[in-house]
Design a protein around this ligand. Structure first.
Ligand code: ASP
Ligand code: MG
Length: 594
């Protein structure tokens, strides 16, 4: 007999009619011979209401009591859902997170799932019940109620699907599926048929996805395909799984962050350990940092720029000022009127010419890029917030995201089942012991086949990166990492890496472009080493990048370039330091390798 997990979000259970409609969907699946586990969110905006109630009685409610309060929203929904199913003449039992046995750590309001017992659910299912599980909540070792963080019901659903080895996991929501970009922002956005776990991880963390990012970490780790679909219709939605919709296409989705702030720390000492000190103090204040770019400043000093969510700007500035005082030199510059535009696609890892197409499309729209960072499957540029919409429209149309890729196939999602690999099943049982959301590193790798190029004194005007990477691409050179620093005194630095075998050609192209466009000079380093730590949850576990900084700083190894994505952190160091750096990282992360 097959087992299906169906999750209904807040808007899909917002009133009694919607609850009844959701109940009918579950009953229909049950009639079709499936065992059904429903995961339900709080009705409508109930969680928001509870949050504001808390704020009315107390300025800083304790996290434990917030969890006690917020978990009641889901408890209301599951009871009503069970009743609705009873009135249709079917058996159903509602369960809270604690009753299911969802054990979490004690980090109230953002607890992580450690283990889930399946006995009770299995027994109820085999007795013919529809099991209705409260989303978003669990219980810690001392029986305190915990919650998983806003939007956490998705994570409950995928986690249950993983431990129950469900045949399908359906997420019912108020949109039709996963879109190429947020359709409320850009009406020409298109519903994708399939999107890969990695792409969805990036999109979810950019705030573009309909899903809680930790649910996608679960899905990838335990190989649980997710069918995101509308609760208002029976139309199939989008499938998130280990394949992308069409790997011949380099870009699958685009996103903008609306509320970003940029911080530049100018002229701090250029020595190992500075980044570590700076970013570990910020991490201690629970701020998530993105788009880190470091480059040479004047007189042997360094400039470091990065972005943070706009509402964390104050906290971050406090931290930065404290660090600068400790370094004994440096100044800070910031701007809270910026947006990050990103394109994401599993296909870009194998193609040349993706970055320059993106840059080109921005230039054509007259938009200046203040910073650039890339990862294997994502390219991000920082632009002025005023340019946000036109930037999104420009890249969306350049990559033709509004039309289906050629040869895109419609999957029969209503009859979709997926045999999980023995590996994935084994990972579930292994991690149940140590914590299902524990940091999961699968590889630490040293790549000695790359070289880097840097162009200094790049004038702060649109079009230079586009021209440079256009010419590089037309030479057929594959560019791996790209960074462009925030311009100081109107001059930026662009750095990038290419295969060792292309370095001479890349340098001569760069020199030509530098000359044509009035840049100051080009330097290159043939002997570099790229170290990568890859796994799952590398950004939600902020300690990974910090741990890398720390390990390398302690060994006296200088980081030349770095980038981070959801599934990988890369750093570039001198080739001579490569083997030693590899050993340091292995020592640091050994216990997280699974
Ligand atoms: N009710 C919780 C929230 O609004 C959890 C969820 O809906 O996923 O964040
Ligand atoms: Mg949600």
């Amino acid at each position: 007999m097959s087992l299906i997990v169906q999750k209904f979000g807040g808007t899909s259970v917002a009133d009694s009619e919607k609850i009844k409609a959701a109940a009918r969907k579950a009953v229909r699946a049950h009639q079709n011979g499936h065992q059904v586990v429903m995961v339900v969110s709080a009705m409508g905006k109930n969680t928001d209401l509870l949050v504001s109630l808390a704020q009315e009685v107390c300025e800083r409610p304790q996290a434990r009591e917030m969890d006690m309060l917020l978990s009641t929203g889901e408890q209301v929904s599951v009871a009503l859902m069970a009743m609705a199913i009873h009135s249709l003449g079917y058996k159903a039992v509602s369960l809270t997170g604690g009753q299911i046995g969802i054990k979490t750590d004690s980090t109230h309001t953002k607890a992580r799932i450690e283990s889930i017992t399946t006995d009770r659910m299995q027994r109820l299912l085999s007795e013919g019940n529809i099991v209705i599980a409260a989303g978003f909540q669990g219980i810690d070792n001392d029986l305190n109620i915990t919650t998983l963080g806003r939007g956490g019901s998705d994570t409950t659903a995928v986690a249950l699907a993983a431990v129950l080895q469900a045949d399908a996991c359906e997420i019912y929501t108020d949109v039709d599926g996963v879109f190429t970009t947020d359709p409320r922002v850009l009406p020409e956005a298109r519903k994708t048929k399939q999107v890969s776990y990695d792409e969805m991880l990036e999109l979810a963390s950019l705030g573009a996805g309909v899903m809680h990012s930790r649910s996608i970490e679960f899905a990838k780790k335990f190989d649980v395909p997710i069918h995101v679909r509308s609760s208002l219709s029976d139309t199939p939605g989008s499938l998130i799984w280990d394949k992308t919709q069409d790997s011949s296409r380099a870009v699958s989705g685009a996103a903008v962050t609306k509320d970003e702030a940029r911080i530049t720390v100018i002229n701090v000492p250029d020595r190992p350990g500075v980044s570590h000190d700076l970013f570990s103090d910020i991490a201690d204040r629970h701020v998530t940092v993105d788009m880190i770019v470091q480059n040479a400043g004047s007189k042997g000093n360094a400039n470091i720029s990065f972005t943070v969510p706009k509402d964390e700007l104050e906290t971050t500035l406090d931290s930065v000022n404290k660090s600068i005082a400790e370094f004994g030199s440096g100044a800070v510059d910031f701007c809270d009127n910026v947006s990050k535009i990103s394109v994401v696609g599993a296909g870009m890892a194998e193609q040349t010419g993706v970055a320059n197409s993106m840059f080109d499309s921005l230039v054509a729209a007259g938009i200046n890029m203040e910073m650039i960072t890339t990862s294997e499957i994502k390219i991000s540029a920082l632009v002025s917030r005023d340019d946000m919409l036109s930037a999104l429209r420009a890249v969306h149309s350049r990559f033709e995201l509004h039309v289906d890729p050629p040869g895109a196939v419609d999957l029969d999602l209503d009859h979709f089942t997926h045999k999980r690999s023995a590996d994935a099943v084994e990972v579930v049982s292994r991690l149940q012991g140590v914590g299902m959301e524990t940091l999961f590193i699968d590889d630490i790798n040293l790549d000695e086949t790359q070289s880097s190029v840097a162009i200094f004194g790049v004038p702060n005007q649109p079009g230079i990166a586009a021209k440079l990477f256009d010419r590089i691409a037309s030479e057929g050179i594959f560019v791996d990492m790209i960074v462009q620093s925030y311009p100081i005194e109107n001059e930026a630095v662009i750095g990038f890496t290419v295969p060792v075998t292309s370095i001479e050609k890349a340098v001569s192209v760069a020199e030509q472009v530098a000359k044509d466009l009035g840049c100051e000079k080009v330097t290159s380093r043939k002997e570099i080493a790229k170290l990568s730590v890859s796994g799952i949850g590398l950004r939600s576990h902020t300690g990974v990048a910090i741990g890398m900084f720390k390990a390398l700083a302690e060994a006296g190894i200088n980081i030349q370039i770095m980038n981070t994505s959801e599934v990988r952190v890369n750093v570039i160091v001198d080739r001579l330091d490569g083997k030693n750096a590899l050993k340091c990282l292995r020592d640091t992360f050994d216990s997280s390798i699974h």
